[in-house]
Design a protein around this ligand. Sequence first.
Ligand code: KIV
Ligand code: NA
Length: 259
Amino acid sequence: MLTAHDFPSAHVADTSGIDMILVGDSLAMVALGMDDTSEIRLEEMILHCRSVARGAKASFLVGDLPMGSYEVSPEQALESAIKVVKEGRMQAVKLEGGAEMAPAIRKITTAGISVLAHIGLTPQRQNALGGFRVQGKNTTGALKVLRDAVAVQDAGAFGVVLEAVPAEVAALVTRKLRIPTIGIGAGSGCSGQVLVQMDMSGNFPPGRFLPKFVKKFGDVWGEAQRAAEAYRDEVKAGTYPAVEHTYPMPKEEYEEFER
Ligand code: KIV
Ligand code: NA
């Protein structure tokens, strides 16, 4: 699984044989420059979901429910999920939270919309968690991760994202569940993996903080910067546009025009 947030990033993921595309609310930060994910609204997520849907032909599409669009009640969660599917053209939704979100997951899945759960480090609750911290590092925390995983499975989730939990805990949770786990910062013992595309493709400015679990598989930012600089240089030097970039005109026509 890989994230996408617009037509081109969806196209890249889809044609690369990525099984599932997540339109994650991380797009608030990596694509819109917001400080965290709490600012983004459901309508804004839906615009991005629709553009991703246009760029993806084969991948299974999951859209994030943003903060504030599902916590109030199971009814609110279902209404938001319906919008993400109908207006955002997604095939499933993802929401953050464990046992406490079981009623919302049950409500949505009972209505026929598939839900991917997300437990461990849940970024929408970063303020309550005291920042981006590893979850389940001690026995009590690990037991909470396991109980949350079982709770979302029992509520009908088709899978669960495990974010920033020790690899041993994630592996054990994966063995205990019937549904697949999708890890991010959770080691190789999960059923699958997810990363933010802008992070793994190196599409971010130099010096930005990167979580420990991110591997930079490319340098998209550097390539875009190189292209912009080369363009600037060639325009200033007068070497771009060259003759091959121009539209020809029959000589007689030009002479007539000049007269
Ligand atoms: O918003 C997001 O991109 C996510 C994934 C990293 C799991 O929730
Ligand atoms: Na998210």
